[in-house]
Write a protein that binds this ligand. Structure first.
Ligand code: NAD
Length: 293
């Protein structure tokens, strides 16, 4: 049993912290939202009144925060000044590669092991403990982090050195954003051609158009009963989060000189969707915009 500080108990962090508590770890939880802390306490965590208090005496610190600026702030102000040498730091947030490398360098300078470990699998995966972790860091830090990550996920991959987890995550989500638009366009074209959605699904899901956005997360109601399309696009994975990841991919592509024209187009379309008041909807709801609705 390890003493684990968990900071950021939102849609993802809440269930992830609950899984660590369920695995008999001593989880000390903090979030800016009191309601989120109370929910974590109900699931077996112990309450902290600040991030600084949560990390004092912790062997491991896990963060699950919205974006790079939150991670930088929490690490610089609360985590690094208050943890003991040798503490293992695991940031599971999806953030820009530069911020990930920046905090990892600060951690290393302070004598801490750190990995970036963003996830894929959504709230369902976080709750079921079946997330995929894409990890960036040294082999030694990865070996230390692995038993903890295994309590929250199933597929744990060392993607590269510091920032490598974030690189894998934004590349994956660029595929997801583009493929969701492609699948949505196909269903809207089918509709105008008088082709039944279920028929298109039956064909494409077993043919060369097959992909996760189609078979697991179909953007029209019917073919995949668990997809957000069947509950008026309640998330799931919000369009605002998808836009964030696509912008991170564009930022990284510009910095690295990579050509990503479809990634850029996907970012534009999600920006339009989010800016017309749909940021809180599931990202698959973009099908409505493409349908002209
Ligand atoms: P969320 O907005 O539900 O949760 C973020 C939490 O962080 C909130 O509860 C907020 O109060 C807390 N927070 C913000 N600043 C804080 C601070 N300074 N100190 C303490 N707590 C603070 O977001 P989420 O959906 O849980 O996503 C978290 C991260 O995981 C994001 O980086 C996101 O991109 C990534 N992610 C989300 C999903 C998903 O399906 N939701 C999937 C994969 C990855």
């Amino acid at each position: 049993m390890a003493k684990i500080a968990f900071i950021g108990l939102g849609n993802m962090g809440g269930p992830m912290a609950a899984n660590l508590a369920k695995a008999q770890h001593h989880v000390v939880a903090f979030d800016l939202s009191d309601a989120a802390v109370s929910a974590a306490v109900e699931k077996g965590a112990h309450k902290a009144s600040s991030a600084a208090e949560a990390v004092k005496g912790a062997e491991i610190v896990v963060t699950m925060l919205p974006a790079g600026k939150h991670v930088r702030e929490v690490y610089e102000k609360d985590v690094l000044p208050n943890v003991g040498k040798g503490t293992l730091l695991i940031d599971c947030s999806t953030i820009d590669v530069e911020s990930a490398r920046h905090v990892a360098a600060l951690a290393e300078k302070a004598g801490m092991d750190m990995v970036d470990a963003p996830v894929s699998g959504g709230v369902g995966g976080a709750t079921a403990g079946t997330l995929t972790f894409m990890v960036g860091g040294s082999e030694a830090s990865f070996a230390k982090a692995r038993p903890i990550l295994e309590k929250m996920g199933k597929n744990i991959v060392l993607a590269g050195t510091s920032g490598g987890g974030q690189a894998a995550k934004i590349c994956n989500n660029m595929i997801l954003g583009i493929s969701m638009i492609a699948v949505s366009e196909a269903f809207m074209l089918a509709k105008r051609l008088g082709l039944d959605a279920q028929k298109l699904f039956d064909v494409a899901s077993t043919a060369s158009g097959q992909c996760w956005s189609l078979t697991n997360y179909c953007p029209v109601p019917g073919p995949v009963p668990a997809s957000p399309a069947n509950r008026d696009y309640q998330p799931g994975f919000t369009a605002a989060m998808m836009l964030k990841d696509l912008m991170l991919a564009q930022q990284a592509a510009n910095a690295a000189g990579a050509s990503t024209p479809l990634g850029a187009e996907a970012a534009q379309l999600f920006s339009l969707f989010v800016n017309s008041g749909n940021g809180g909807k599931d990202f698959s709801g973009i099908v409505k915009m493409l349908d002209g609705k």
